[in-house]
Design a protein around this ligand. Structure first.
Ligand SMILES: [Zn+2]
Length: 467
């Protein structure tokens, strides 16, 4: 009721559209008090309190800290307790427990782990044998390989926006339990699209693959709701929709997702973006064509953008354009994409970083990620602003900025350490030395490390059996 009356007040002052976008009448988080411990994902599922992350303290001493807030790098010591940052101390302070493990990072840059908001961990490559393309076991192993590439590139969080069946959710659990190395994963599950829509185009595999375990074709508003519920059932952290769809379908899907407490992002173009924005979508992927009116509406409704410029550079450089797609019927170019990026920036639209490295393009990492950031700079960002987009802003778009994206006390300890000064020279992102995810050192001296398993004692025979 309180929200409704505030909403009505806002209505009087602004417009119905702004109110609807900014205040969710059914935001499930309002039912949690500040003392409840919740899962480390946007679903905010209540969990029992207890030890999280490794035991004890870890100190990164003597680095220049670029904390992701937008402030200039300063010399400081970062103190981690368990899986959280407990303090960022002035360089002169050594106020940590004497038993803490201290790593000297003098002369190096310490910053929040990078975030990639647009991945497809389980997609196949051009040379994947056909019998493996849709196979869940092969998809899981492809995902494990890609997770390693991302981690070795300083990416400690990925958002998977379209994956094979349950595979992204299994990968997410195994990484969270430190059973395989990788960045933390937020997964959308399958891409939901209309019959014959993007990702489900006839028999010709598109860049997202033909209709299969990675794509859920839906028809009619009820089926779009059902498709959302299927991803929710598997554990989705967000929902990903793709054009095409009717107004009723996209409205039903977004309403269902929001009611379940999930954000919605959309891969769309032209009128489909307009319809999704009108229906309350939270973000729009890609630099695909849209009208100035749609850009204005995105800005006024605070709809975020994940522009993913780098995959389209590869499409143009490798193939010369977007050909033979029955769903992608429009003209565009590298120059038009960058011009759209500038228009969105000018309109004040918040933008995060995603690479959409389909086919075998993940093998270009870490350069792909750097190229995406260089496009942000070409589009008007400073280098530090591009790094903030890659960390704090991307955490905001995830709905995880209370836990990720900056080096501040209370945040989850996802931290990278690099030689050089990436906040002055993006190419220095290649000089990764150390990565910490959830308080665990997962990469050291540029190599992924895994903690040896602690052997479990064999069972002791019961008294009955030992007689
Ligand atoms: Zn994609």
């Amino acid at each position: 009721m309180v929200t409704t009356s505030r909403c009505l007040l806002t209505l009087a002052l602004l417009s119905a559209s702004v109110c609807a976008a900014q205040e969710r009448l059914y935001d499930r988080k309002q039912w949690l008090d500040s003392t409840t411990v919740v899962s480390d994902d946007p679903r905010h599922v209540p969990v029992a309190p207890g030890q999280r992350g490794p035991e004890g303290w870890l100190v990164l001493k003597g680095g220049r800290v670029f904390d992701g807030t937008g402030a200039a790098a300063v010399d400081a010591n970062v103190v981690i307790e368990g899986n959280r940052i407990s303090a960022v101390l002035p360089a002169s302070s050594t106020q940590w427990p004497s038993q803490a493990q201290v790593i000297d990072v003098s002369g190096r840059t310490v910053m929040p782990g990078l975030i990639d908001l647009h991945t497809h961990l389980s997609y196949s490559e051009p040379d994947t044998p056909s019998e493996e393309a849709d196979d869940d076991a092969a998809a899981a192993l492809r995902g494990a390989e890609r997770l390693r590439y991302f981690l070795e590139s300083g990416v400690t969080t990925v958002r998977d926006v379209g994956g094979q069946g349950a595979v992204p959710f299994v990968l997410k659990r195994w990484v969270a339990q430190n059973r395989i190395p990788g960045p933390r994963i937020f997964a959308a599950g399958q891409l939901i699209t209309g019959t014959g829509g993007h990702g489900a185009e006839g028999l010709r595999p598109s860049c997202h693959g033909a209709s299969n375990g990675r794509t859920r074709e839906a028809s009619g508003p009820d089926d779009w709701r059902e498709a959302v519920r299927e991803q929710f059932k598997r554990g989705a952290d967000l929902i990903k929709l793709a054009s095409h769809y009717s107004r009723d379908e996209v409205r039903a899907a977004i309403d269902e997702a929001h009611s379940l407490g999930l954000k919605v992002t959309v891969d769309a173009e032209t009128q489909y973006i307009q319809w999704a924005v009108e229906a309350g979508v939270d973000s729009v992927e890609h630099p695909l064509p849209r009208t100035p009116e749609t850009i204005r509406l995105m800005a006024s409704r605070k709809v975020d953008s994940v522009p993913t410029l780098v995959p389209y550079i590869y499409i143009f450089d490798l193939d010369g354009g977007y050909f033979d797609s029955t769903s992608r019927r429009f003209s565009f170019s590298k120059a038009a994409n960058l011009a759209l990026f500038r228009q969105m920036k000018q309109a004040g639209i918040r933008m995060g970083v995603g690479t959409d490295l389909v086919t075998d393009w993940f093998r270009y990492l870490p350069q792909s990620y750097i190229t995406e950031l260089q496009q942000f700079v070409a589009g008007g960002y400073t280098v530090p602003q591009a790094l903030v987009a890659a960390t704090r802003t991307s955490a905001q778009i995830l709905g995880m900025d209370d836990k990720l994206g900056t080096l501040q006390p209370g945040k989850l300890a996802d931290v990278i350490v690099l030689d050089g000064r990436p906040d002055e020279r993006l190419e220095d992102l290649k000089k990764l030395r150390l990565a910490i995810r959830d308080g665990h050192v997962v990469l050291q001296d540029g190599r992924i490390v895994s903690t040896p398993h602690v052997p479990r004692p064999e069972p002791v025979p019961s008294r009955e059996q030992s007689k």
